[in-house]
Write a protein that binds this ligand. Structure first.
Ligand code: ADP
Length: 263
């Protein structure tokens, strides 16, 4: 399902934190919102989720204006940095939580919880509690919980930031697999990490100081950055390629599909 920001502006105490954002995520696309801390990325995500109300502008999901809808009526799955699992509930109960809140029938809850745990490789941990799991496993459960409601849109806010480097790279591969397995689910992926954005996203929206600075495929941004900020943040100036081969450019272990033939 498409996500569209139509001139969305958000202000806190008179300070603009999102300045007339115009952006469309196509159905099934992964869009990274990439930018330094404080650039307005999370605010944009929360405007889609319904946790932040724009001062002006509208948010559309699948062409429908949802600006005035409460979060639970938007059909959205959300994963945040710090898992946010309920510690007193088992893994399967955590994953079932959103479904039960929606009044889903018990047999259907069981089916969907099983399916979501299967997809995230956590089926064997269903009856454990969060404290028995590693950080990476907890984040998988958080992703399973978001997937269990079969969302049209998945919002991910720095989902890998709390993990160590090795886990992060494994989880990136997992998220890329989920994207292939759920071709109809659009994802908005907030990160300050260029490698994550370049690896996972179909397109990247570069944010700085409350504004969209550039938007394009990783190839477009890397090859022809629209402005100086984008060049310094995404382009070759900042990310020194480790190896350049026929398959693409490899940045510190992450193969990024940048065609180097004409670069
Ligand atoms: P990012 O996700 O890019 O780090 P945020 O969207 O979280 O940026 O924040 C953008 C700006 O808005 C920051 O300067 C932040 O301090 C401010 N901000 C975010 N949430 C609030 C809030 N609830 N109240 C006041 N200021 C906020």
């Amino acid at each position: 399902m498409s996500i569209r920001f139509d001139s969305v502006t958000v202000a806190y105490d008179g300070d603009l934190v999102l300045d007339s954002l115009d952006l469309t995520v196509e159905p099934g696309e992964v869009m990274a919102l990439l930018g330094p801390s404080g650039s307005g990325k999370t605010t944009a995500l929360r405007a889609v989720a319904g946790f932040v109300r724009p001062a002006s502008g509208r948010v559309f999901l699948g062409g429908r204006d949802v600006t005035d809808l409460p979060p639970y009526r938007r059909g959205i799955g959300m994963v945040v940095q710090q898992y946010a699992l309920f510690p007193h509930m088992r893994v399967d109960e955590n994953v079932a939580f959103g479904l039960k809140a929606r009044g889903t029938a018990r047999s259907e809850v069981r089916r969907r919880v099983g399916e979501a745990l299967e997809m995230t490789g956590m089926a064997g941990w269903a009856r454990r509690h969060p404290r028995e799991l590693s950080g990476g496993q907890q984040q998988r459960v958080a992703i399973a919980r978001a997937l269990a409601i079969r969302p049209d849109v998945l919002l991910l806010d720095e989902p890998l930031s709390a993990l160590d480097a090795q886990l992060r790279s494994g989880m990136l591969t997992e998220l890329a697999r989920l994207h292939r397995e759920l071709p109809e689910v659009s994802m908005l992926y907030v990160t300050h990490d260029q490698i994550e954005a370049l690896t996972l996203a179909d397109r990247i929206a570069v944010m700085d100081r409350a504004r969209l600075q550039a938007c394009g495929t990783p190839q477009e941004l890397y090859r022809a950055p629209a402005n100086e900020f984008t060049a310094s943040f995404v382009g070759g100036a900042n990310l020194l390629p480790v190896t350049v081969g026929s398959g693409g450019v490899e940045f510190a272990g992450a193969l990024v599909k940048v065609d180097t033939a004409e670069a």
